[in-house]
Ligand binder design. Structure first.
Ligand code: AHM
Ligand code: MG
Length: 366
């Protein structure tokens, strides 16, 4: 007996030997179909996204074998942030640069792991896009086999010709033409937006392709989770403390109490909240007065994805996508996720009553 079930994403056939997948939507086909809705599209952005997907597959393969080959641990050098680079940070960074630098689609790159902008080598042609990335975010999780991710952000160049310049990467997030992340978790997922909704793909390791698994992701308006490093509670200003106490249930008539979930890996924390609903916070504190996370290759791409999924993102005062960057490695406070939850935190920290509020300023005893 043969039976066929077609869904938007794939076609199955039940044959006497079992279920067989006979048609799927690969990331290549999906990107191609989306871009070809626009007659003026040249296909360059599609190909650039596909280059990034290729880099993601190479990085995923390295991570999968991390415990078996000598790629765990420190690389013995520090990046621009003064952080010890892990070997996989270096591998991921080189992989992405090598996948992008020769294609003629990119004019300049910027990476968390490189102090200055990364030019396209002189022997290769340049193209119209500037790409920023955090090659392996949350890399402190690598050695304990927890989820890590790659984050990327794409702008159209603003310089007129030649190799790209720093001005091409210092653009506000609202100018992004695409952004996304790859999560190397229990499965590898690539989630991206080009401003036409957010779409997720899961890497099928048996065929080595990203297949459409989460079309048109919309995040719940109110979430179940809040994600923040609460060991910093005593270092936040009082309005932020009041806001987080509100998320925990101190004002149940205004804010539904939430569960806490924090991995310490932005991609994984953000992804869980995107799907299940929730809010991620990395506020400024008295050790990191500008916050910890980087605007251009962490906050802005995630903010573009959040807004496209009907969520929102703020630094507490400003929409993340409106911030004009001044430096490649600029930091920003970040509050991102379900729209009403982000609104609650923004309203609370702007409220004069929060600055006057009583209650513990230091971390409450458990
Ligand atoms: P990284 O870019 O050096 O990996 O740091 C960014 C990571 C984020 O993934 C995560 O949200 C945050 O740092 C966790 O910081 P903390 O350990 O202070 O909670
Ligand atoms: Mg990072």
């Amino acid at each position: 007996m043969r039976w066929t079930a077609a869904t938007e994403r794939r076609t199955f056939e039940i044959l006497p030997g079992g279920l067989v997948l006979t048609s799927v939507t690969t990331i290549e086909r999906f990107i191609f179909d989306q871009e070809h809705r626009y007659p003026e599209a040249t296909g360059e952005l599609s190909n650039l996204l596909y280059d990034i997907a290729l880099a993601a597959k190479i990085i995923a393969a390295a991570i999968r074998r991390a415990g078996l080959v000598d790629v765990l641990g420190a690389a013995g050098r520090r990046n621009i942030q003064g952080e010890d680079q892990q070997k996989l940070d270096v591998i991921a960074n080189e992989t992405i640069k090598n996948c992008l630098n020769h294609t003629g689609r990119v004019c300049v790159m910027g990476s968390e792991e490189d102090e200055d902008i990364v030019p396209v080598p002189p022997e290769y042609p340049v193209g119209k896009y500037a790409v920023l990335f955090d090659p392996l975010d949350g890399s402190s999780n690598i050695d304990v086999n927890s989820a890590v991710g790659t984050i990327f952000s794409i702008y159209r160049r603003i310089s007129m010709e030649g190799r790209g310049t720093v001005a091409d990467v210092l653009q506000p997030g609202c100018k992004q033409v695409a952004a996304g992340y790859v999560m190397y978790g229990s499965s590898t997922m690539l989630v991206y937006t080009t401003g036409q909704g957010v779409h997720g793909f899961t890497l099928d390791p048996t065929i080595g392709e990203f297949l459409l698994s989460h079309p048109r992701i919309v995040t719940p308006r109110v979430g179940k989770y809040y994600s923040v490093n609460e060991s910093n509670f005593g270092r936040w200003d009082r309005p932020m403390q009041v806001a987080v106490r509100g998320l925990k249930g101190e004002v149940p008539e205004v804010m539904q109490p939430k569960n806490s979930r924090y991995i310490g890996s932005l991609v994984a924390d953000f992804h869980r909240n995107l799907i299940a609903g929730g809010i991620f916070l990395y506020p400024a504190d008295n050790r990191n007065p500008q916050g910890k996370l980087r605007l251009l290759y962490e906050a802005s791409p995630m903010a573009f994805i959040a807004e496209q999924a009907e969520g929102s993102a703020t630094d507490g005062m400003n929409r993340i996508l409106d911030i004009i960057p001044r430096a490649l490695h600029q930091r920003t406070p970040l509050v991102i996720g379900s729209r009403l939850d982000v609104g609650f935190v923004a309203d609370t920290i702007r409220s004069p009553a929060s600055a006057r509020a009583s209650g513990p300023v230091a971390q409450p005893a458990l």
